[in-house]
Design a protein around this ligand. Structure first.
Ligand SMILES: [Zn+2]
Length: 329
């Protein structure tokens, strides 16, 4: 998983490679053109020599300089006109001798003076989409495709509502969360296939489209990475960057909490992440298949008091939608 700093470095290397390729293409274009029209090569040579001879003359008297400049300009004009004639006669645009850029605004550097160009922002955005791990899935799973008809309208007495009413409520909460996005947190819980992951994907897409960055990890992936960072061979810099990403990304979605093998390490890391992000006012969405008491067993009281006290808890119940869809096909 690349951090934001790594993404930037990678993209700037791509710009470098792009400019190198464009320069090579220009050289090739010139070479083949000069082969067809040797006079064009001579003109280019003469033009570059003119500059040198002008500099030499300029060492003379003031009147001499003035005259030399006039002569130089005249000669340059003549050569340029001759070149244009050759191009026109051959029906070729003089632009073949110019550098081509993918982005005319920043000349493929990614920056216009100090500020990032639109093309750089787009590349970063693109990478963040990839990075969020949800690029493909959110095409299918988003607020537009959330289908309330899949949920049963039959009331579940012990829940005091039907799965459809419940899903409607959860959908509303999720939409409000994505729109408002001012530091609230969500805890989604309920059995497998009740729509939690689907709703997480909806939130991810909506938030990404608002130009925020999202990191979507299963708890298993997240703890594995943290363990590698802590106990593996990774460099300090890499570790700090990854940590910063986890703590500072606009929205962190931790899917499937509770399925990982939990240890003292995972419990304390979870607390650290939740706590640190809370201090930074950065939202977290957590989904879990476990009921609250089972989560309490697995994690420390301090984790759970945070989760229950400061997260909007959303329950998911009803039929297993994955099974339902499978058998409907
Ligand atoms: Zn640009």
């Amino acid at each position: 998983m690349a951090t934001r700093a790594q993404i930037y470095r990678e993209i700037l290397r791509e710009y470098d490679a792009l400019r190198t390729r464009k320069a090579a293409e220009l050289r090739e274009r010139k070479e083949s053109l000069y082969e067809r029209f040797p006079r064009l090569a001579e003109i280019e040579e003469e033009l570059s020599l003119l500059g040198i001879s002008a500099a030499r003359t300029a060492l003379g008297s003031p009147e001499g300089i003035e005259r030399a400049v006039q002569e130089l300009k005249g000669r340059q004009h003549k050569l340029a006109a001759e070149r244009l004639e050759i191009f026109e006669a051959a029906g070729i645009s003089p632009r073949v001798l110019e550098m081509e850029y993918d982005c005319e605004k920043c000349h493929d550097t990614g920056y216009i003076e100090e500020s990032p160009c639109v093309c750089l922002k787009r590349r970063v955005m693109d990478r963040l989409y990839d990075q969020s791990n949800v690029r493909d899935v959110i095409r299918l799973e988003n607020f537009d495709t959330f289908d309330l008809r899949l949920f049963s309208g039959e009331a579940v007495p012990e829940e005091g509502a039907s799965p459809k009413e419940n899903a409607q409520r959860n959908l509303k909460t999720a939409m409000a969360f994505a729109e408002d996005f001012t530091g609230g947190n969500l805890l989604l819980y309920g059995g497998t296939g009740r729509g939690k992951t689907f709703l997480c994907n909806c939130i991810a897409k909506d938030v990404l489209e608002r130009g925020k960055n999202v990191l979507y990890l299963t708890a298993g992936q997240m703890f594995k990475q943290l363990e590698e960072m802590r106990f593996g061979q990774s460099e300090d810099e890499e570790r700090t960057e990854w940590d910063e990403e986890l703590l500072d990304v606009d929205l962190l979605i931790i899917d499937d909490l509770g399925t990982e093998f939990s240890t003292v390490f995972t419990a304390s890391e979870l607390f650290r992440i939740i706590n640190d992000r809370k201090l930074r006012k950065k939202p977290v969405v957590i989904s879990t298949n476990l009921e609250i008491p089972a989560l309490m067993d697995q994690y420390s009281d301090r984790v759970m008091s945070r989760l229950i006290g400061e997260y909007t808890v959303m329950k998911f119940f009803g039929e297993d939608m994955r099974m339902k869809k499978k058998y409907q096909k």
